[in-house]
Design a protein around this ligand. Structure first.
Ligand code: ADP
Ligand code: ADP
Length: 228
């Protein structure tokens, strides 16, 4: 039941900085796993390596038992929600969400792409924003667009990098509940990166505590509290 498996992963950047030092962990199918650790500890580096945006210095990554280190990003079936959302500013919400479906060699006819996009916009509660441009949306709304766009391709795995960090405290609580219900409803395996311990405890099925390029503790469970 190791749906995602990271084995002895290392990443040394070109400037010699060793960001990831021999990291191994696995994620079960359908689980929402939080990777918890302070800023600069290597969390984004791990997500970028999983997504294929960055190659590891050594180590292996398996999806469903198959190594993907040589697989191109578009063939990994990953949905990625970036910290700053990275929406396309010149496109409407609908066009943003449809985008992954209308490019590339497996692109779908417009009408079909629109139908799928509308399904995920409904799940993300942004149906009424279809014609808006990203700059007219609040942080929380942009966040939902990014999530809908990450899900339309029906990826096997969803990666979320500090998706709540740009939201105010009140909205953060609301949206994290919504993210949890959404990923559970879709049933997608999710790796959620955060530096916020309380957030990780509230949203994760499992927490991996990460610091300075190494795993300090795997599966903290819900009884764990860091000392203040
Ligand atoms: P790579 O190993 O991926 O080739 P590079 O050293 O060439 O990495 O840097 C890639 C990008 O990351 C560059 O745009 C660089 O400015 C940026 N970068 C370099 N050092 C850091 C750092 N300490 N933190 C974040 N980004 C960095
Ligand atoms: P986190 O997501 O936990 O904040 P990152 O994975 O972004 O951490 O960065 C881990 C470490 O690697 C940091 O010290 C960062 O400065 C450094 N780093 C990130 N990107 C690069 C790069 N391209 N070149 C050199 N160092 C980098």
């Amino acid at each position: 039941d190791k749906f995602v498996e990271v084995k002895n992963l290392k990443k040394v950047y070109n400037n010699g900085h060793e960001a990831i030092k021999d990291v191994s962990f696995s994620v079960k199918k359908g689980d929402l796993v939080c990777l918890l650790g302070p800023s600069g500890c290597g969390k984004t580096t791990i997500l970028n390596i999983l997504a294929g945006l960055l190659s590891p210095t050594s180590g292996d990554i398996l999806f469903d038992g198959k190594s993907v280190v040589k697989t191109a990003p578009k063939d990994r079936h990953i949905g990625y929600v970036f910290q700053n959302y990275s929406l396309y500013p010149h496109m409407s919400v609908l066009q943003n969400v449809m985008f992954p479906l209308v490019v590339g060699k497996n692109k779908k006819p417009k009408a079909e792409a629109k139908k799928i996009a509308e399904k995920y916009m409904k799940l993300a509660q942004i149906s009424d924003l279809a014609d808006q441009r990203p700059h007219n949306l609040s942080g929380g709304q942009q966040q939902r667009v990014a999530i809908a766009r990450a899900l339309v391709g029906e990826p096997k795995i969803l990666l979320m990098d500090e998706p709540l960090s740009n939201l105010d405290a009140r909205l953060r609580l609301k949206i994290r509940e919504e993210i949890r219900s959404l990923v559970k409803e879709v049933g997608i395996t999710t790796l959620f990166v955060t530096h916020d311990q309380e957030e990780a405890l509230s949203i994760g099925d499992k927490i991996i505590l990460f610091n300075d390029g190494v795993i300090q503790q795997d599966d903290l469970g819900q009884n764990f509290y860091l000392k203040p």
